[in-house]
Design a protein around this ligand. Structure first.
Ligand code: SF4
Length: 366
């Protein structure tokens, strides 16, 4: 099914895409450098983020952490704060850990072989191939969502891209197509073509330089490529946040390992199996533990947040605003950190909490 034998014609497709890229590529800050550290940071930012949003984050990140040593020696809270709003915070934690690996194992200099790059925390096949080809001219093919789409259409491949068999077949095809003399240029051309021209729902087939050999275009099934297995729907989770106001302060808690948003700060949380009313919250063990009988807070209101979608979960959050008037903070709440009433300060918070603070400021006309 995959014409691996016809390497010359595969390479011709690559050459056409490089010509297209030289005319249409976007000017982006990480394309002005061949520094593998900068390429690495840009690739990690772009893993789950749109280019337009990633540019400012990239500039700020590189300005604050211009090399592996400055990143490795920064406190984790500062790295997370700089990442705030990008989501998928494990990326930031992995960058931090990997920078420490670079300092420890390579004296602070970014490694220059695929094997060494691939061992860095959080660096998978795709990221290692991107860094090595773009910054170091090593012959590794990159396969991201754009590449899957372009290849599945040009070669009319119906193998699901989220199965092992599909991944293997696409990896072989991409490796055969790769131009070994300019792998970085080839990879960027293929990805940029998918990002700008052969886009998911409105590919511009009429002006496409590959239209006369694109098998999917010829077969008239472009809209059905690439093929994916049926997706499982995200699991709902129900978060009841307690925004406790105590003499102009509020309480935050740092999320632990083993769940989403590790290391970020949030309000004291009571998670339930479904959406619940206030009375049910006050009957939970956790609430009783935080508010023993003599320390009851006053309920001042509730904010229902919009469903917050993550890759495998949808968070349904309600923020319950409580006023606590006791002179001293009860011992039962002493494990929380105090912050300004409407502002998390220097602490990184999930986008959901940030949105809540934003609506609070708007309500107050700030
Ligand atoms: S002809 Fe259409 S589907 Fe085929 S590569 Fe070009 S834009 Fe993509």
């Amino acid at each position: 099914m995959i014409p691996l034998s016809d390497i010359a014609s595969l390479r011709e497709i690559g050459t056409t895409l490089i010509q297209w890229y030289q005319l249409h590529r976007r000017e982006l800050p990480w394309r002005e450098t061949r520094d593998p550290y900068c390429i690495w940071i840009s690739e990690v930012i772009l893993q789950q983020t749109r280019v337009a949003q990633g540019i400012d984050y990239y500039r700020r990140f590189i300005e604050r952490f211009p090399d592996p040593v400055s990143l490795a020696t920064a406190p984790e809270d500062e790295v997370l704060k700089l990442w705030q709003g990008l989501g998928y915070y494990s990326r930031a934690r992995n960058l931090h850990t990997a920078a420490q690996q670079i300092v420890q194992d390579h004296g602070g200099a970014f490694p220059r072989t695929y094997k060494a790059v691939r061992t860095l925390k959080g660096v998978g096949d795709y990221t290692a191939a991107a860094i090595c080809s773009i910054a170091l001219d090593l012959p590794y093919a990159t396969i991201d969502g754009n590449v899957y789409r372009v290849l599945s259409r040009v070669f009319d491949l119906a193998l699901p891209i989220d199965t092992n068999r599909g991944k293997q077949a696409f990896a072989e095809l991409a490796a055969s197509m790769l131009d070994p003399h300019r792998p970085g240029l080839h990879n960027q051309a293929l990805m940029e073509f998918g990002a700008l021209h052969c886009v998911p729902s409105t590919p511009d087939c009429l002006t496409c330089p590959l239209s006369d050999r694109c098998l999917s275009h010829i077969a008239g099934n472009v809209g059905e490529r690439p093929v994916k297995r049926t997706k499982t729907p995200p699991i709902p989770r129900y978060f009841n946040y307690l925004h406790i106001v105590w003499h102009g302060h509020t309480l935050l808690s740092r999320r632990e390992k083993g769940d989403i948003w590790q290391g970020l700060y949030e309000f004291p949380l009571i998670e339930t199996d479904s959406e619940v009313q206030w009375e049910e919250i006050t009957r939970t063990t956790r609430f009783k533990e935080w508010f023993p009988r003599q320390e009851q807070p006053q309920l001042c209101g509730m904010k229902q947040m919009r469903p917050h979608r993550l890759s495998h979960r949808t968070i349904h959050a309600r923020v319950w605003r409580l006023n606590l008037s006791s002179d001293t903070l009860p011992d039962s709440l002493s494990r929380f950190v105090l912050t300004g009433e409407g502002d998390p300060g220097e602490r990184a918070v999930p986008r959901l909490i940030d949105l809540y603070f934003e609506t609070l400021r708007k309500d107050r006309g700030q």
